[in-house]
Design a protein around this ligand. Structure first.
Ligand SMILES: [Zn+2]
Length: 228
């Protein structure tokens, strides 16, 4: 088995989100690319998005939040824009990597297994119907029918269980080995789509404490843990 790229539940959410967008024609109001994907390097807690208003200048940030609702240390902050740029770039590079090509090859093999199992299941179900037809036409006795259907039923149960354990997703279809092409299209993708691509590749990133007074984002503060 290979690790599921996104869970079936997430997949359904995505599909639903795209469907909603088609209907309303509006952009998803999401403003934070990395929501849920960042951890505090001091306490390990999730970082939350937050806007700081400083003399009418809004700065989007990800922050560790303390207090009963969040339970973090409250002592870590990172400015969102340069971090999002860095992570997006790292994801695009990663989509071109041999690791990713291997993951895709694994999925192709899995897709073949899925199709083969599905075909077997169809054949077994057809045979069950055939048996029932023979029994109702009185070509076979009830005892013959019962003993003939037993192994087929077992195969059907096994196949159904196997199929339910195989997950498929199309989030990364056409993207792997295509980081360069995707880079050109990236800015034109909406935030939901960008976030789905990042979440498919990145498990989470830990943000280490910064040096007080440092200008710009030190890339050494970012420690990605890749999902693929
Ligand atoms: Zn913290």
């Amino acid at each position: 088995m290979w690790p599921a790229i996104i869970t079936p539940a997430q997949h359904h959410q995505l599909v639903a989100a795209f469907a909603r967008k088609k209907v309303t024609g509006r952009r998803t109001p999401r403003r934070y690319l990395l929501s849920g994907l960042l951890r505090c390097g001091k306490c390990g807690n999730k970082l939350f998005s937050s806007v700081r208003n400083d003399r009418k200048v809004e700065t989007r940030r990800y922050v560790c939040m303390s207090g009963p609702d969040h339970g973090g240390c409250g002592k870590l902050t990172v400015v969102a824009a340069p971090l999002e740029e860095w992570i997006a770039e790292a994801v695009l590079i990663r989509l071109d990597s041999p690791t990713m090509a291997d993951a895709l090859a694994g999925r192709a093999a899995a897709d073949e297994r899925y199709a083969a199992t599905l075909a077997e299941l169809d054949r077994d179900r057809a045979q069950m119907e055939e048996l029932a037809g023979m029994w109702s036409a009185k070509s076979i006795s009830t005892a013959e029918w019962m003993s003939a259907r037993e192994p087929i039923e077992r195969r059907i149960q096994t196949a159904e269980r196997q199929l339910s354990q195989m997950t498929g997703t199309s989030t990364l279809d056409g993207l792997i080995g295509n980081g360069t092409g995707l880079r050109d299209a990236w800015e034109g993708l909406n935030l939901t789509r960008q976030a789905a691509i990042i979440a498919a590749v990145l498990d989470f990133a830990t943000i280490l404490p910064g040096t007080p007074g440092a200008r710009g984002l030190d890339p050494n503060r970012i420690v990605p843990t890749w999902a693929l």
